[in-house]
Design a protein around this ligand. Structure first.
Ligand code: SF4
Length: 290
């Protein structure tokens, strides 16, 4: 594993010098960023993150249709949502495991959560028994608020569809929960490209959302030795990043992810691609080669 002292300078440089503007339009962030009102941005960010499995251009096409159906204020749409009146607006929605009724259920559950708590942040905080402790129990309760909402209007037999359950993974099941952690990063981190809308949660508590790109980069630069992408891997990587910046450990996530996604890293030694890379000194593909 690479020491925090060795990682600090290359990672700080990557974070500082990364061209965020050129990548935001290629990131799932591009959907919530369109909405100026924080209430709309919060709802759109959650829906976007829930659907953010697979490539952005693939789920993005389906999400565009869903957002168009929700009109100019998705928060107002959800707040007044009537599945019998409004559900048909999603009739053309299809994305891998998800079907129109999953979006109808999302709107019913979000309506219930917003009616009870007033905002998604307040819902999260209501389940956050220890505001200085680990994030995992609070995130689990947040997912449960959606999974255990009264969805009989959508699922009369009382059992939500597999597609709906897939939208809200629970950390207690051990998976990496990349999509919900991505949503939290957007809401909580105060620095761009994130939104910093949730002032009640400290960025120091965030856990990194690990997808295949972050997993590859983390192994390459010695942030983890774990082989399977799990919640424990996410904690492992976060713990090492916190040794560099305890106040904001997941600030490196966007740049690490996009460096690999953009092809600026091929996860192998490549004289041309690796030449300008500031991570070479800590990269296992260059160990012993200077
Ligand atoms: S040195 Fe090459 S393989 Fe290693 S992180 Fe940089 S671009 Fe990727």
């Amino acid at each position: 594993m690479t020491s925090p002292d060795a990682l600090r300078r290359p990672l700080e440089r990557l974070y500082r010098e990364f061209d965020y503007d050129s990548r935001v339009d290629l990131d799932a962030l591009r959907f919530p960023v369109r909405y100026a009102d924080p209430r709309d941005r919060e709802v759109v960010a959650l829906l976007t993150a829930c659907l953010a499995y697979g490539r952005v251009d693939l789920f993005g096409r389906s999400l565009e249709g869903a957002l168009a159906a929700m009109g100019p204020s998705p928060a107002a749409f959800v707040g007044a949502f009537d599945p019998h009146r409004d559900g048909a607006r999603f009739r053309d929605f299809r994305y891998r495991f998800n079907r129109p009724r999953d979006l109808v259920a999302f709107c019913v559950a979000a309506r219930e959560v917003l009616a009870r708590h007033g905002s998604l942040e307040k819902c999260f905080v209501a389940g956050d028994a220890d505001a200085s402790g680990p994030l995992r129990p609070a995130l689990d309760r947040f997912a449960r608020a959606f999974l255990e909402a009264d969805l009989r209007e959508v699922f009369p037999r009382g059992r939500p569809s597999r597609g709906y359950r897939h939208l809200f993974p629970r950390p207690s099941a051990g998976g990496p929960c990349k999509r919900l952690l991505l949503f939290l990063r957007w809401m909580v981190r105060r620095e761009p490209p994130d939104f910093g809308l949730w002032t009640c949660v400290s960025p120091a508590r965030l856990v990194i959302p690990v997808d295949t790109h972050v997993e590859n980069m983390s192994r390459a630069i010695g942030l983890t030795r774990r082989r399977s992408r799990t919640w424990r891997m996410a904690e492992d990587i976060t713990r090492r990043l916190a040794a560099i910046d305890p106040a904001d450990p997941v600030k490196y996530d966007f740049a690490l992810c996009h460096k690999r996604m953009s092809g600026d890293c091929r996860d192998r030694r490549d004289r041309v691609v690796c030449a300008p890379c500031g991570l070479r000194s800590v990269c296992r593909h260059w160990r012993g080669r200077g």
